[in-house]
Write a protein of this length. Structure first.
Length: 331
């Protein structure tokens, strides 16, 4: 389990973030973002305090103690235990849940980790087949081990719902190229919550009529990937207000927003990822019941579907990586 300080350090990774149009150099110190980052750091530290061990942690099958935000319920008793975990946070954050901490965001990966086989089976590339089986299991082991903060982004930009072909004309995220390394993607994902304060984005789709195979992408992408820009709304944090009048906004704002991918390379090589799912457009069953997921490592500066590259590229450009092995993050 990570400490609060380790979490704060992980946010100082060169990410490109705009809040209300202002470029934020360091989310841990800027007045618009500092409060929320500090609250989540405190969230991580509370898991390490002995008096909260029974409520906030569990011992996994390998004998390792982990945060309850990675606890996958298998029984009625397990669900009750998860409820007690959330009740702790309801009480801690002034009588209500404080926006969306990892307790409410990491769980989105449960659907993949619980039954990974269909995701690999439904993974389809335009080019040669790439076997991505085993990647979800590997990524689940990694993100739980490194206690990575994740935020899902499954919503896409609005479009004319009166036409079946309108969605293909939107600027939503789409594959621009398939190459030997993986896929190059460009476009918007909207909308995500707490995205300025996480390590990786779990992107996916809620399939809608007219969605093209190129727009059907599932991937785990570190927020500091070159070409990724987070565009958040204006902050509603009021750090200088009276906590009696503003009990939540005085401690921070979750900052939901959109993310633009500018020719970002997501690599698919030696099994570092989960999967990409694309259904051929000529099929009638273009809805993938269990879309795949492509993931990537924070040890590099690019999205990746496999391997642990020592350096990464974005659309042919080379970027050196300063990430250490302890900095790996993926789903």
């Amino acid at each position: 389990m990570r400490t609060g300080q380790e979490y704060l350090e992980s946010l100082r990774d060169g990410r490109r973030l705009y809040v209300g149009g202002e470029l934020i150099e360091d989310v841990t110190t800027h007045p618009k973002t500092r409060g929320y980052a500090e609250q989540i750091a405190r969230y991580y530290d509370l898991h390490l305090e002995p008096e909260h061990q029974d409520a906030l942690t569990f011992v996994d099958d390998d004998g390792n103690r982990q945060s309850m935000h990675w606890f996958l319920p298998r029984s009625k008793e397990d669900v009750q235990r998860r409820r007690l975990y959330h009740e702790f946070w309801f009480r801690h954050f002034k009588g209500g849940i404080f926006t969306r901490p990892p307790a409410g965001m990491n769980v989105v990966m449960y659907a993949q980790a619980d039954d990974p086989e269909p995701w690999a089976e439904n993974s389809v590339f335009k080019g040669p087949h790439r076997d991505l089986s085993g990647n979800i299991e590997a990524q689940w082991a990694r993100v739980t081990r490194d206690d990575v903060a994740i935020s899902p982004m499954f919503l896409d930009v609005q479009y004319d719902r009166g036409r079946d072909d309108a969605m293909g004309e939107t600027p939503m995220l789409a594959i621009q190229e398939e190459n030997d390394e993986g896929i190059v993607v460009r476009g918007w994902k909207a909308i995500g919550t707490t995205i300025p304060f996480v390590n990786e984005l779990l992107i996916g789709n809620l399939w809608r009529p007219g969605q093209t195979p190129e727009q059907t992408i599932n991937a785990l992408v570190p927020v500091n990937t070159p070409g990724v820009s987070i565009v958040a709304r204006e902050s509603r944090a009021t750090p200088d207000a009276d906590p009696y009048d503003r009990p939540l906004s005085t401690i921070g704002d979750e900052l939901d927003g959109m993310v633009y991918f500018d020719d970002v390379l997501i690599t698919c090589t030696s099994g570092m990822v989960e999967m990409i799912v694309r259904r051929p457009s000529e099929r009638n069953d273009s809805i993938s019941p269990t879309p795949g997921t492509c993931t990537r490592s924070r040890s590099s500066n690019a999205g990746s579907v496999a391997g642990w590259p020592s350096r990464t590229t974005r659309a042919g450009r080379t970027y050196s990586s300063s990430r250490s092995s302890s900095d790996h993050v993926t789903t």
